[in-house]
Design a protein around this ligand. Structure first.
Ligand code: ADP
Ligand code: MG
Length: 380
């Protein structure tokens, strides 16, 4: 990329004894880093340029501009960067929403209140999801550049990848790389990192009944079925909950119904998860799905940005200080910069991770849009 960029992705970081902290930055070659210049992480911590470090070993087969460029930084606030970015302007954060399918200069109806709340403090662009599915990026609304967060419908990983690339060409850097999106959008991507605190799960990658039935051999008791991304929780007894996995006939019926109804929306393959008894707060009137004590946590650059449920003082809902510390430690282990963690409370009282998702395509649940977008200001 030519000229001065305002946003740099941190590829690597290390300490050289006696010299300071070195941050290896993506696409930093050709930019001008001035000694004494200030950079910021996404929480507003300051980093002052002390010098530039080139790869000292000759790396064969690399072009000069591909050599890793390390910037030696003084940690003005005494801590390492949280999250994966160093930016020149800590206040610049844009949002990009889906436009209305018929009116390219209007936001999609379902995101109207978010778009309005975001627009109070942040530049907001629109794009046509439908055109993007055809491989075309059509932008509308305000012209944005630099760091941006997408708020809209889920994308299959291939679509996100092309969306990300097309935006990058225009100097718009989405908060999560295609690799990070895929990791947290798909259960097999994040499962191993958190398998000690999430329902035990197995999966296959064909999305067929036969292949899913192979998985059932290793399982016992109650299970739920979903694909790598979504369940059909609103069709709880027909297409989600399997009372006894060893009852092959009933299990096959639920899995078959799930596969058929997902149709072409099925992402990845079939996942079977051990059913955990959750603390229930009632049952859904229509579907019969148990309504349990669950929380959605938005994580921004390694820290809790805002939580659903917890911030509203409901008498049924209580998270202890120790639990909050545990949630903070989970947030620090997240490698993408904008991710959701859904928590549930088991009947025995312990919190577990129900699922993880990319924050850009996760709904706000009960969080008021104004509170959500204000939280980005408070994050600094
Ligand atoms: N293993 C499980 N044990 C108990 N309840 C579950 C389990 N998996 C899912 N559920 C219930 O079903 C809901 C939907 O499951 P989830 O994995 O979050 O899929 P979705 O992506 O469709 O939201 C959860 O919020 C929870 O209430
Ligand atoms: Mg869910």
């Amino acid at each position: 990329m030519e000229g001065m960029a305002d946003v740099f992705r941190i590829i690597d970081r290390f300490t050289i004894t006696g010299r300071g902290s070195v941050y290896t930055l993506k696409d930093a070659w050709g930019d001008n880093f001035h000694v004494g210049e200030m950079f910021y992480d996404l929480h507003g911590h300051r980093f002052c340029v002390k010098g530039i470090e080139m790869a000292s070993r000759p790396l064969t087969g690399l072009r000069l501009e591909d050599l890793p460029l390390g910037i030696i930084m003084e940690l003005i606030d005494g801590i390492d960067a949280e999250g994966n970015f160093l930016v020149r302007n800590p206040d610049a954060l844009s949002f990009i929403f889906c436009s209305h399918p018929l009116y390219p200069d209007r936001v999609d109806d379902d995101y109207k209140s978010e778009y309005q709340a975001a627009g109070l403090k942040h530049p907001c662009a629109l794009f046509s999801y439908e055109n993007m599915e055809q491989g075309r990026l059509s932008l509308c609304g305000e012209a944005i550049s630099g760091l941006a967060i997408y708020r809209g419908w889920m994308m299959k990983p291939e679509l996100y990848r092309s969306f990300y690339r097309k935006l990058t060409e225009k100097g718009i850097i989405l908060i999560n790389t295609p690799e990070e999106y895929e990791k947290y959008h798909l259960l097999p991507g994040w499962y191993d990192d958190f398998k000690d605190c999430t329902p035990s799960s197995v999966w296959e990658d064909k999305g067929t009944l036969d292949s899913a039935l192979e998985l059932t051999k290793e399982l016992e008791g109650s299970c739920i079925v979903k694909d790598y991304v979504k369940s059909r929780k609103h069709e709880w007894y027909e297409a989600c909950f399997i009372r006894d996995i060893s009852d092959r006939k009933s299990a096959a019926k639920v899995i078959e119904t799930f596969i058929r109804r997902q149709g072409s929306d099925l992402v990845g393959g079939i996942v079977l998860r051990k059913f955990e008894n959750l603390r229930t707060a009632g049952f859904h009137e229509v579907s019969g799905m148990p309504l349990s004590e669950e929380y959605r946590v938005f994580v921004f650059a390694g820290r809790v940005l805002i939580m659903d449920n917890y911030w509203r003082s409901s008498p049924n809902v209580y998270i202890s200080e120790d639990e909050m510390k545990w949630i903070d430690s989970i947030a620090r282990q997240i490698k993408g910069c904008f991710v959701t963690i859904d928590l549930a409370r088991r009947e025995d009282g312990t919190l577990i991770i129900m699922e993880i998702g990319d924050g850009q395509v996760s709904g706000l649940q009960q969080i008021a849009p104004e509170d959500f977008y204000r939280a980005f200001e408070n994050a600094k």
